[in-house]
Structure formats: C-alpha cells, structure tokens
Design a protein around this ligand. Structure first.
Ligand SMILES: Nc1ncnc2c1ncn2[C@@H]1O[C@H](COP(=O)(O)OP(=O)(O)OP(=O)(O)O)[C@@H](O)[C@H]1O
Ligand SMILES: [Mg+2]
Length: 280
C-alpha cells in the first residue's frame, strides 16, 4: 500500500529533542519502570522532558505519571513531572496523525523525549522505534526473552541468526537513516538480576557479549530483582525521589544499592551529556 500523505508527513517530521525509546517485543521486562526512572533522572538534572505512552491500551506509564502528580498534590511535594501524552491505538493513519501531533508540538520542543512502547510488535511501536536516538531495551535473564533477539543452538548456545526483535530494530534503523541520516544507539540492560542463579547469569552474559557486536547494541548495567520497584508504582515515585518518599520501614541498604544501580545505568547510557540534547 503506498504511503499516505499523513504517513509521509510523519516520516518527514523530526523532533528537535533527543528521543529515548524503551522497547522490547517481550512484555513485562521493565520498560515502563525504566522509562519513569530515566524521565525523573533527566528532570532532576534540570532538563525539560516530554514523555509519550505508545502503550495506551495498558497505560502503565500514563498511570505512573498520574500517580506521581496525585502523590505530589496530596503531600504538598514539588516532584518534577514530565509533559506527558499518550497515543491511542487505532487505524494506522490516525496513529500516525496523533504521533506527529505529539512530537511536532509540545513534546518535541523538550530537550529529551522518552517514549514507552508496548511489549508487542505493532505499528505504533515500530513508528516509535524509528524515531529513537537512543533505544533502551530491558531484558530479563531468561532464554525465553533472549529468543526474540537470536536463534540459539540448544546444545552449544551458538548464535544461529538474529531473530524477531533484532530484525525489527534493524528495519527501524534503516528507516531512521533514510529519514534523519543517523542511526540508533541501542543499549541493552539486564533487568531483575537474581543473586541466586549464578550459572544462568553467566551464560546470559556470555551470549550477550557475543551478540552485541553482531546485531549492534551496547550492554549497560541493569537492576537487580528488588521489591521496591513494584512498591513505588502506586505513589508514582522512583528511587531518585527517596528523599521525598515515605517508605514503610525507612530507607534500607537495598534502596541505596538500587539507587546506585539506577545512576550507573544513566551514566552508561550517556544521557547526561548536554551535547546530546537540543538547547532550546
Ligand atoms: N528490577 C525489578 N525488580 C523487581 N520488580 C521489577 C523490576 N523491574 C520491573 N519490575 C516489576 O515488573 C513488572 C513489569 O514491569 P514494567 O511494567 O515496567 O514492564 P514492561 O516491560 O513495561 O511491561 P509491558 O510489556 O507489560 O508494558 C512490574 O510489576 C514492575 O514493578
Ligand atoms: Mg509497559
């Protein structure tokens, strides 16, 4: 089907901000949780940040941001909050129109735009990926998750070929290159790392090290499996808001370690470099 006017307009529009996309074709890997942590980290560094939920059917990031606003109001706190929108799934032309409107008006004027995508491969997710300057993919330590990256030999764990999600990112990189003459910096972070399964952790690490140069991503340190990530959602808080947060039982060493993990991820992604963002 030839591209319509509106799709062509979308493909030629370029936001002036640095676009960070959270993506993985697998559900429940930590995309929305990581999205809010990156948003708050950037806001706390003084950047203007827009956020866009392309998974509006589930709406986790939208609810996370709303919870945050409500929590700040209720407790009289000055919590930094992004300029947030969502795009509702619909016919491709309507999705493209809503996406274009979001990135060409308010959100696109921010220094950073953080886009959350669904855990399935659909048109909106592809569109979002094709605008990424930085793509952050949280990955759980499981061969089920890895299967979307590469087809592995079950006996030798050799990589036979890239698979679904790696192919999708490859396609969106080409799309971005044609439109914006630059590629996507793809960062894979391991999430929910367990302290017990050392062998699986090592095997995953080895495979990812071999896979990274082959399909073109960097590996960043991720987060451990920590209950605090689940608890903060209802309050719309992140580990970077610990001073404001009222946590049952107070701050523990685990919270401090978790916050260090968030900071290490942000450093590794390299978003703090002002040169990466527009100055407007
Ligand atoms: N490091 C972690 N430790 C413990 N729980 C975590 C961690 N990261 C995320 N979670 C929890 O895992 C669940 C899934 O996280 P999240 O909603 O961020 O994933 P997602 O990739 O956005 O999912 P979906 O694909 O359904 O949109 C949530 O309950 C979240 O609180
Ligand atoms: Mg999500």
């Amino acid at each position: 089907m030839p591209e319509s006017e509106i799709l062509r307009a979308t493909l030629s529009s370029e936001p002036s901000c640095h676009v960070v996309v959270l993506g993985n074709a697998k559900g429940g890997t930590g995309k929305s949780t990581t999205a809010l942590h990156l948003i708050v980290a950037l806001l706390r560094q003084g950047f203007t940040v827009g956020s866009l939920d392309l998974d509006a059917r589930q709406g986790t990031l939208t609810r996370y941001v709303n919870n945050r606003r409500r929590y700040a109001d209720r407790h009289g706190l000055d919590l930094p909050t992004p300029d947030h929108r969502s795009v509702t799934p619909g016919p491709p032309e309507e999705e493209a129109r809503a996406f274009t409107e979001a990135i060409s008006t308010g959100l696109g004027q921010c220094q950073y735009l953080v886009i959350d995508t669904p855990g399935t491969d659909n048109g909106l997710s592809r569109l979002g990926h094709s605008f990424a300057d930085t793509l952050v993919t949280p990955l759980n330590d499981s061969f089920v998750d890895l299967d979307l990256f590469a087809d592995l030999d079950p006996d030798t764990l050799e990589i036979r070929a890239p698979s679904q999600y790696a192919d999708m990112v490859f396609e969106q990189r080409k799309r971005k290159m044609v439109r914006q003459r630059r590629s996507i910096d793809w960062v894979v972070m391991r999430n929910r790392l367990s302290h017990v399964d050392a062998r699986n952790k090592r095997e995953m690490g080895d495979i990812l090290d071999r896979l990274a140069p082959r399909i073109g991503f960097r590996i960043a340190p991720g987060f451990g499996e920590r209950v605090i990530f689940r608890e903060l959602f209802l309050k719309g808080l992140t580990l970077l808001d610990l001073r404001e947060a009222e946590l049952e039982g107070g701050f523990t060493m685990s919270h401090v370690a978790a916050r260090q993990e968030v900071r290490a991820l942000i450093d590794a992604i390299g978003l703090a470099a002002p040169a990466a963002a527009a100055t407007g």
